[in-house]
Ligand binder design. Structure first.
Ligand SMILES: NC(=O)c1ccc[n+]([C@@H]2O[C@H](COP(=O)([O-])OP(=O)(O)OC[C@H]3O[C@@H](n4cnc5c(N)ncnc54)[C@H](O)[C@@H]3O)[C@@H](O)[C@H]2O)c1
Length: 308
């Protein structure tokens, strides 16, 4: 049986995720949005590429949650994206209301799903999803770390002139200006980048990673990044659907890990058919631990500012 994957929000990120998901044949995809006709049009257009691309998964667009019933995975990209000069945090109130509404519908129609939240500000929105759904923490997670880490990995590959395939690494913390790239865990085929790049080079790549979202927003002028975010979502979906037991950075609910509790933040997790099956705790330097706690403070400030 094909997995049923619902993507809420058929805008740039949602539609791009649908595109990657069907070309990888991860399951049947339902695209849902509040705009009438838009998800239907995008889904039909994408479905009409199937004879060329060779995928047989069902793909529908809808405005009705009845069509999403009993989804295995629900990805939430509904909300507004930022414009130049806006931070992700400026989206808080609008997107909290949207994500709350969406999750109530998801709970009613797909009570056993895994939820992957993407809407920004990410860590606060996953928290809203957890509160509204009341679901256990292994079934409610957020996508940001795979994207931020992919940016970091890409910048490293470009700096060294080596294949992206050989570059690994991850970014911890909240999905915002306080995110914490950890260079000493970034490697090229096992060789730490600290042996291949100078401190000045690494600092520059770290800063570019932190500003990665804004760099794209400033180019686009309208809307924010969507190709890499779409691909990042699909890597998480694939890990669950295929029970791949990937170790990926994702926003997970912390209960004591890294000395933090009661919030969502980006940490390495083991992702498989059981969702977030485990949170991996890695050793951090004192400075990194301090940065992580600073990032947690920023996330908590957002949580406190959430509409009640
Ligand atoms: N976590 C990440 O790493 C990451 C990366 C990129 C974008 N984002 C966030 O993802 C969100 C979507 O970005 P985008 O570029 O696709 O924006 P977009 O404006 O292109 O699409 C958002 C879609 O959500 C729909 N929508 C609004 N309210 C809805 C509701 N109640 N139910 C269903 N659909 C609804 C809109 O009609 C629109 O089509 C933004 O909040 C953005 O900041 C997060």
């Amino acid at each position: 049986m094909a997995a049923k994957i619902t993507i809420v929000g058929a805008g740039n990120v949602g539609a791009t995720a649908a595109h990657w998901a069907v070309t990888k044949e991860l399951g049947d995809v339902v695209l849902i949005d509040i705009i009438e006709g838009m998800p239907q049009g995008k889904a039909l257009d994408l479905a009409e590429s199937s004879p060329i691309e060779g995928f047989d998964n069902a793909l529908i667009g809808t405005n009705d949650y009845a069509d999403t019933a009993n989804s295995n995975i629900v990805v939430v990209t509904a909300g507004i994206a930022r414009k130049p000069g806006m931070s992700r945090d400026d989206l808080l109130n609008t997107n909290a209301n949207i994500v709350g509404d969406v999750v109530s519908q998801v709970v009613e129609h797909s009570p056993d799903a895994y939820l992957i939240v993407v809407s920004n500000p990410l860590d606060a929105m996953v928290y809203v999803a957890k509160q509204v759904s009341g679901w256990p923490k292994h079934r409610v997670m957020g996508m940001a770390g795979v994207l931020d880490s992919a940016r970091f990995r890409y910048f490293i590959s470009q700096e060294l002139g080596v294949s992206v395939e050989d570059v690994h690494g991850f970014v911890l913390g909240g999905h915002g200006d306080t995110m914490v790239p950890v260079p000493h865990y970034a490697t090229v085929t096992g060789i730490p980048i600290t042996q291949l790049l100078t401190t000045e080079q690494i600092d520059r790549l770290v800063q570019r990673t932190r500003d990665g979202g804004a760099e794209i927003v400033n180019y686009l002028k309208q809307g924010s990044a969507f190709y890499a975010p779409g691909a990042a979502i699909v890597q998480m979906v694939e890990a669950i659907v295929k029970n791949k037991k990937r170790i990926l950075p994702a926003a997970a609910y912390l209960e004591g890990e890294y000395g933090l509790s009661g919030l969502y933040m980006g940490v390495p997790v083991l992702l498989g058919a059981g969702g977030v099956e485990k949170i991996i705790e890695v050793e951090l330097t004192e400075a990194e631990q301090a940065e992580l706690h600073k990032s947690a403070e920023a996330v908590r400030e957002l949580m406190e500012a959430l509409p009640s």
